[in-house]
Design a protein around this ligand. Structure first.
Ligand code: NDP
Length: 247
């Protein structure tokens, strides 16, 4: 455990799958001890942890619904107790439910606002209170905030709110040497993007980028690692769109 006390520590929400899992693996490779948060998929979170440990890293899986303030407090408590403090927080937990605004149900609205907006708020609030001097706070937004694609209305609205929270928190943390940014991916090959889409639709969306492919979770993890690492230190209060040039 001494080793854990010497390392910088990262909390990654939604790290059992997709972008969060790639971020957890990347930050572990970059030398961070990583708290691998998940909502329900304990087995997948444990696989992420096992892979990190196999490569000589430190990691622990912690269940917490990001929309539950008590659970988020417990997650951060665990990071402080287990690893001695928190230097980087990456808020990747999120859900996507698509429908035209006129067909969007109250349930679609409530669930996305709960996970994507209340979840981001709850994590940002706790991160702003606890991240150590010199730390980094990074949230996942979406390039759809810029592209404004049909059927993404409520989802994009929750992420636009996350971008606003990000910019304002960056100013409120003045004097502590902490940066607060967002990474806004384009279509990225994860469950969230692929589920429910035909191969033709996936191909069409992949070609929105002039690089003519989907992003990979590792592409996005690289952008997050840049903001988390020393080279990203002068970027603050910004949204970094990582989408191959789509928008
Ligand atoms: P995935 O669906 O692949 O993974 C979602 C992750 O979030 C899982 O680890 C899941 O945990 C976790 N999660 C979901 N709800 C909660 C919750 N209430 N509390 C804690 N964890 C939760 O999504 P992606 O990796 O694709 O997305 C990651 C982020 O990137 C999201 O914020 C998304 O909006 C954003 N994004 C994704 C894009 C894409 O094309 N993939 C494009 C733009 C933005 P569990 O496994 O336990 O369910």
């Amino acid at each position: 455990m001494m080793d854990g006390m010497e390392r910088k520590v990262a909390v990654v929400t939604g790290a059992s799958r997709g972008i969060g899992a790639a971020v957890a693996a990347r930050l572990a490779r970059d030398g961070y001890a990583v708290l691998v948060n998940y909502a329900g998929n304990a087995a997948l979170a444990e696989e992420v942890v096992t892979a990190i440990r196999w490569n000589g890293g430190l990691a622990e899986a912690v269940q917490a619904d990001v929309a539950d303030p008590a659970a988020v407090t417990a997650l951060f408590d665990r990071a402080e107790q287990g690893f001695g403090g928190i230097d980087v927080v990456v808020n990747s937990a999120g859900i996507l439910m698509q429908a035209p605004v006129t067909d969007s149900s109250d349930d679609l609205f409530d669930r996305q606002v709960s996970t994507n907006l209340k979840g981001a708020f709850t994590v940002l609030r706790e991160a702003g209170r606890r991240v150590r001097t010199g730390g980094r706070i990074i949230s996942l937004s979406t390039s759809v905030v810029g592209l404004k694609l049909e059927t993404y209305g409520v989802y994009a609205a929750t992420k636009a709110a996350v971008e606003t929270l990000t910019a304002i928190l960056s100013k409120e943390l003045r004097g502590r040497g902490i940066t607060v940014n967002a990474v806004a991916p384009g279509p990225t090959a994860t469950d969230l993007f692929l589920t429910g889409k035909s191969p033709e639709l996936i191909d069409r969306l992949a070609r929105l980028s002039p690089l003519e492919r989907l992003g990979t979770p590792e592409d996005i993890a690289a952008a997050v690692a840049f903001l988390a690492g020393p080279d990203g230190g002068w970027i603050n209060g910004q949204v970094l769109r990582a989408n191959g040039g789509m928008v």
